[in-house]
Design a protein around this ligand. Structure first.
Ligand code: ADP
Ligand code: MG
Length: 288
C-alpha cells in the first residue's frame, strides 16, 4: 500500500505542474545529485523571434530567402520553425509548395521546392560538410543561427533569439542550494549554449548534442557517481530518459518520451522540478 503521506503529496505535486508516473520517481526525486536540462523550451522560453536574415546569393533577394526558408519550416514543429513562419506571415510572404520533406534529426530539415533540394541546417551541419561559416552571419552570443542551402550552395541564413525563462534563475538557485550539479544538453551551437550556461551559472553544458548522444551523457554522469535526472522532449530522447535515474518528459513532448518518463513536466518549467525536490524532501522527513 502507498503510505498516505506519499499519496497526498503525489496529487499535490500534480497540481504544481508535474505528473508523477510512478511512486519510485517521487522517492527518487530527493536523491537527485545531477540534473541535465534541455535548453530550448525548458531553461529558455522556446519562443524564437527572427532577429536578422540575409541572402548570400546574387540570384535570391532577402524576401525570397525568407519565403523559401519559411516554406520548408511550415512542415516542421521545432520552435525555430515557428519563429521563421511567424516572420514570413508578418512580412505577408506567399509560401511555396514543398515536396519530399524530411527532418534531419538534430541538424535541421530538407525538402524540394520547384525540383531543387533545399535545406535549413545548424552550424554543426556546415562544419561536418566542410562549408565555412560566413563572417557576416555571426552576431551576438545568444543568437541561434540556421543556414539555408540550395543544392550544395549556401544561399543565406536566419538568426533567431530566444529568452531564458525568468523562472529558470530561481529554480537553478534552489537546486544548487540542495547540493545538485546542474547541466544543460542542447542541439544548439556552442556559443549560444555557453551564453545560456553562463547566465544561469550552470556547472557545465553539452552543445551540438545529437538526440542519440543524450544517453551517453547520462551514462557518463552515472559513472562519475551521480544520481541523474534528465529532461527530454523527443522520440529520440526516450533511451536517455529510460537510462536516467529520474526521466522527466517535458510538456510539449511526444507520447514516446512521456511513456518512458517517470515524471511529466507539464509546463516544461524548471521551477516545478525545484518544487518537487523541496516537496519530496519535506514529505520524507515527515515519514521518518
Ligand atoms: P534543441 O531541442 O536543443 O534545439 P534539436 O536537436 O531540436 O535541439 O535541434 C538542434 C539544432 O538543429 C538546432 O539548434 C538547429 O540548428 C537545427 N534544427 C533542428 N530543427 C530545425 C528546423 N526545423 N529548422 C532549422 N534548424 C533546425
Ligand atoms: Mg529538441
Amino acid at each position: 500500500a502507498i503510505p498516505l503521506v506519499v499519496a497526498i503529496s503525489t496529487s499535490v505535486s500534480a497540481g504544481k505542474g508535474l505528473l508523477i508516473r510512478n511512486r519510485t520517481a517521487f522517492e527518487n526525486a530527493r536523491k537527485i545529485t545531477a540534473m541535465v536540462f534541455d535548453k530550448t523550451g525548458t531553461l529558455t522560453e522556446g519562443n524564437f523571434g527572427v532577429s536578422r536574415y540575409e541572402s548570400l546569393s546574387d540570384d535570391l533577394d532577402k524576401k525570397e530567402l525568407l519565403a523559401h526558408t519559411a516554406s520548408l519550416e511550415q512542415e516542421s514543429e521545432h520552435p525555430i520553425a515557428m519563429g521563421i513562419v511567424k516572420k514570413a506571415k508578418e512580412k505577408e510572404l506567399g509560401l511555396l509548395t514543398v515536396k519530399a520533406f524530411e527532418a534531419l534529426t538534430g541538424k535541421g530539415i530538407q525538402g524540394k521546392i520547384d525540383g531543387e533540394l533545399w535545406k535549413v541546417v545548424s552550424p554543426g551541419y556546415l562544419e561536418e560538410n566542410n562549408i565555412s561559416i560566413p563572417e557576416k552571419s555571426q552576431g551576438n552570443e545568444a543568437e541561434t543561427i540556421v543556414f539555408v542551402l540550395r543544392g550544395e550552395d549556401l544561399v543565406g541564413f536566419v538568426a533567431l533569439s530566444d529568452k531564458i525563462r525568468e523562472d529558470s534563475y530561481a529554480a537553478i538557485k534552489t537546486l544548487r542550494e540542495k547540493g545538485m550539479k546542474m547541466f544543460m544538453a542542447t542541439g544548439d551551437n556552442e556559443k549560444t549554449a555557453k551564453a545560456v550556461s553562463e547566465a544561469l551559472e550552470l556547472d557545465g553544458y553539452y552543445s551540438g548534442v545529437l538526440p542519440d548522444a543524450k544517453v551517453d551523457i547520462v551514462k557518463k554522469l552515472q559513472k562519475d557517481g551521480y544520481f541523474v535526472a534528465m529532461t527530454g522532449d523527443g522520440v529520440n530522447d526516450a533511451p536517455a530518459l529510460a537510462q536516467a535515474d529520474v526521466g522527466i518528459a517535458v510538456g510539449s513532448g511526444t507520447d514516446v518520451a512521456a511513456e518512458t518518463a517517470d515524471i511529466i513536466l507539464v509546463n516544461s518549467n524548471p521551477k516545478d522540478i525545484a518544487k518537487l525536490v523541496l516537496f519530496g524532501r519535506a514529505t520524507y522527513q515527515k515519514m521518518i
